[in-house]
Structure formats: structure tokens, C-alpha cells
Design a protein around this ligand. Sequence first.
Ligand code: AMP
Length: 207
Amino acid sequence: MKIILLGAPGSGKGTMAQRLTNDLQVPQISTGDIFRKNLKEETPLGLQVKDIMARGELVPDEITIEIVKNRLREDDCKNGYILDGFPRSLIQAEALDTFELIDCAVNLDVDEEAIVKRLSGRRFCPDCNGTFHVSSLENETLCPSCGGKLIIRADDSEETVRERLRVYYKTTFPLIEYYQKQGKLLTVDGNGGIEEVYARILSVLKK
Ligand code: AMP
């Protein structure tokens, strides 16, 4: 299955994508993870996107589209994939339609208040790309999955979170209508615990 996960920053796309990846045996393609890897390795792309990401803005469409287009051509994407964080603009969605036939777009619908709460307590593992919330961690510094050192993402600072939400509502939110018009939108209540939300996703995908 070729699935897009839509939703505001902090709506749980990454966590749900990792679950789906394991269960459906298809790769998770996260543009955020791709950019962060390049940042960490200080590649030319990483240096190019560093300030943009730190400000909470979007990387230019043409760069992002090219990266995704190349990634989806790889062998492991033949039987499907979970797109996490792409597309994020109408231009990206229209471009995607020119080279891929998507099955559905799952929109994780989460209250804005819950989002701010989630992001402000978020911890990230740069080793396995796992995302956790302080409330569920016994040890706030070590990753429960791989033992790596947990960090607070630079773009999870309050000011950047506010900018990311602003960008989301202005540029990404219209994608909900875009996929609705295509008859591909599946809306899932993203409020609540991980297991609860994941069960809702599986249930809409089965239909
Ligand atoms: P994420 O981990 O998905 O929240 O992405 C982190 C940051 O990477 C975003 O705030 C953007 O700066 C950049 N980014 C990720 N995906 C995209 C995309 N599809 N288009 C443009 N920028 C993106």
C-alpha cells in the first residue's frame, strides 16, 4: 500500500509511520528524517537546509520533491511505503501525483492544545529516529528502544513550534481538501494514547 500520513507537527505521524512500517513491511519515508540525517552528516544538502529547519520553515518544494522522487524509485518502495511529512504543500502533492499513484491519505486529527503539549515534552533519538514523550519515559536521557542519547529537537523550541504550526495551517492544511476531492482521504481521531490511535488507523485502512 502507498500511504500518506497527514497531520500537524506533533500529531503522531512519525510514531504511527514506524508502527505501520513494521506491520505492513513497507518503508517509512520521512522527509524530516532525511533532512536531519543530512544535517548530522553536514552534507551540502544539510548545510543548505540547516537554517530553514531551525526557523521552522519549509525546505523549498523543488529540493524536497527531487529527494522524494529519487527515494521512491529505490527497490524497497516497489510494494508500497508510508510517506511521513511529505507532501506538505499543494505543489508537492501535485508533483507526487505526476510520478506516483497513492492509495490513501490518512489525516491524524489532533486538538491544537494537545499538539503544543506533545511537542513541548517531546524527546528524540538521533540514532533510531524514535520519538517519545517525557511522560512515558522512565529515564529522560536514554532511548528506550536502542539506548541512544535522547535530545530535544532544535525545532521543538516554543518559538519554532509556533512557526511550524503557522506554516502547517497556511501551507499543509489545504491538502486535506485536496485528498478529499480525490476520494482518498481517511480521517482518524489522533487524540489519545498511541495504541488507541494506531488501532483506529488499522481499522480505517482495513475498510
Ligand atoms: P518533520 O520531522 O516532518 O517535522 O520535519 C522537520 C522539518 O524538516 C520541517 O519543519 C521542515 O523544515 C523540513 N521538512 C520536512 N518535510 C518537508 C517537506 N515535505 N517540505 C518541506 N520541508 C520539509
